[in-house]
Design a protein around this ligand. Sequence first.
Ligand code: SF4
Ligand code: SF4
Length: 420
Amino acid sequence: MSDMAELWMEKALAEIHHCNKCGFCLPACPTYRLTGNEVDSPRGRIALVEGVLNNEIAADEGLSASLSYCLGCRACETACPSGVQYHRVLEAGKKVLDRTKPGHRQLTWVPRTLLKLTRQPKRLKRLAALGRRTAHWPLPSRLKALAPMLDYREESIQPVPPAPQSAPPAFFFHGCVQEALFHDANDAAKALLSAAGYRVEDPPQQACCGALLWHAGREEEARDLARRNIVAFEQGAAPVVNTAGGCGAMLKSYPELFDEDPAWRERAERFAARVSDWLSLLEAAPHRLEYQGTGERVVLQNSCHLVNVEGGGERPGQMLGAVAGDTYVPLAGQDRCCGSAGIYNIQHPEWALQLLDQKMDEVAQAQPTRVVVVNPGCALQMTLGVKRSHLNAEVEHLARYLYRAFLRAQGQTERGHQVG
Ligand code: SF4
Ligand code: SF4
């Protein structure tokens, strides 16, 4: 076994030793809540990986199924009173399976194509536009079930006048799927940050965060993207903000990608310390913005990676509560994964849809006119959920919703016309 393999195993075993099997994480785990089976819980998965690493049980189909049905949402880490970093154990289990069951991470052509496109943002954007236009065409049954996800009305966002050169800078990270499918959310966030007094900069050499590749086991490709992003944002020391909880969590986790490479780890740590969600900057902005609603009922589907990894998961709800005239209805399960989880909803559509339907029951009770999200995967999944549950509500990113409310508070519509 190589030194690197020993390091990841050592780190996983350290986490396993911290786990006292208390089970406090079980109620937080969406897959355990779905099946009630110990093997679908964090504690069960930790016990399986422990048995395998200690050569007590085989790394077989049972381990593969248990780990593959984990969403990677990391709600168990937030719930754990002992601070167990479960994701280290999950990754170690998958690495063992890479040796004993080399095909266990095999993907169907849809996620395979998506992973390839994360490195080709222009093609991803063209295909996303094509997908939207053809979503109503006759499609194979597997794709037909997912096509409603793309039913999204884009908005044209007018940039606000840029802040002066002397304004505090903010570096903007786009994300590949977010920019390809929901660039209006990025444009809206940039407009709001400018209005709040930041000089927003877009380093052009930035790339996909690498999260989908990393979780698919394509670690060298993910590291390559991480290095590109670290270099692209090293031109200054300003905060690096993003509008996608999944990307933010990955950017924050870059140091872990370089466990075995001290020089890059140090650069990754400096970079990760500057990463935050865009709302934290808005909160600390030179100018405080006002928001005016139109009497809507609004619910939130939060990003599990914003809540459990990046930090600042309370901010989306706080911002929704700050929109005068609209009613924000907090949901008990708004921080729980919707079943999107990267490419989980393509790999395991049957579980993803059950998780989504559970969530939509709760959403429907709140009778919202708008479902606000803070991550592109959640936007796709919740759009599907609204269609499946025949809810008369629109799904959109928080940035876009706030942008309209901001213009309204200034007496403008989103196209710059006077209201009323
Ligand atoms: S991971 Fe944490 S919460 Fe879960 S069983 Fe172990 S110690 Fe308890
Ligand atoms: S990452 Fe999420 S799905 Fe996986 S064990 Fe933890 S809580 Fe459960």
